[in-house]
Design a protein around this ligand. Structure first.
Ligand SMILES: [Fe+2]
Ligand SMILES: [Fe+2]
Length: 263
């Protein structure tokens, strides 16, 4: 499977999320339920954490590839505006949001600096660490997009639904990049396939783990990936992952879902 991603085409499409016609004030008279807000707090924090994920990618050999760095610069830009859009929703509910909330998240995850060091050392020891990171990125974009689609549905709120569908559409382009990079690199190297398979099997956790408290990750998975529709969403992501070279039958999203909903 070789997917194509055209970086020049992506650079033409890159833009801050267009929310100019989103009626955020609708939330003042028709507020969201507490469960939806809890998911949005999580998504807000994780979107704004992209800049830290970017840092951890740039200490690897990924920074040698100008196509990858062009994408990453624009990716972190688009994710930033996803965070800003969600911040506006939180603002209309009198919730902490934006820089004040981000500063609190950064203080909480100070210990995560070890990840940066591990990425740097890992990349120095193995050229395949970049493939692991890009495949990991594909899984995270797949699950993030699915999470937005599910939250739009669960909330039943027309304004939030429209906003989240627009965000999910941009996540689709991020998916195209990560999945095509992963496919190409996995296809080219048995060593990359072995290391990526091992890393995903042993280490993959839902996006936001390690940044958000475990109880919040558990809630998010149960709320968005619970039920029959959540189960088929998780299975669909696992099937997409299984189509990447050397990554068949991992089932990591389904097992994360089962583990969290049983705990
Ligand atoms: Fe995003
Ligand atoms: Fe994304």
């Amino acid at each position: 499977m070789v997917m194509n991603f055209d970086i020049d085409r992506y650079l033409e499409l890159v833009a801050p999320l267009d929310d100019s016609d989103i009626d955020y004030d609708a939330f003042l008279t028709d507020p969201l339920d507490e469960e939806t807000l809890r998911c949005l707090r999580y998504m807000h924090d994780v979107e704004f954490h992209t800049t830290c994920y970017l840092r951890d990618l740039l200490v690897t050999a990924a920074h040698d590839d100008p196509e990858i760095t062009a994408f990453l610069a624009m990716w972190s830009y688009e994710e930033y505006w996803h965070g800003e859009a969600i911040a506006k929703v939180l603002d209309r509910h009198d919730e902490s949001h934006g820089r004040q909330r981000i500063a609190a998240t950064r203080r909480r995850v100070g210990r995560e600096r070890m990840t940066t060091l591990a990425m740097m050392l890992g990349s120095a020891l193995s050229e395949h660490v970049v493939t692991v990171a890009l495949t990991w990125g594909a899984v995270n974009e797949w699950t993030t997009q699915a999470g937005y689609v599910q939250l739009a549905k669960r909330s039943g709120h027309p304004v939030l639904g429209e906003l989240l569908r627009r965000i999910a559409k941009q996540e689709g382009r991020h998916i195209d990049f990560y999945a095509s990079q992963a496919a190409r690199r996995l296809d080219a190297s048995a060593g990359a396939r072995r290391l990526t398979r091992l890393a995903l099997r042993k280490r993959w956790r839902p996006v936001g783990s390690g940044v958000m408290p475990d109880v919040e990750t558990e809630f998010l998975i149960a709320h968005l990936f619970g039920g029959d529709d959540g189960e088929s969403m998780a299975a669909r992501i696992d099937r997409r992952l299984a189509r990447l070279p050397g990554l068949d039958h991992l089932g990591i999203v389904t097992s994360a879902r089962l583990k969290l909903s049983n705990s």
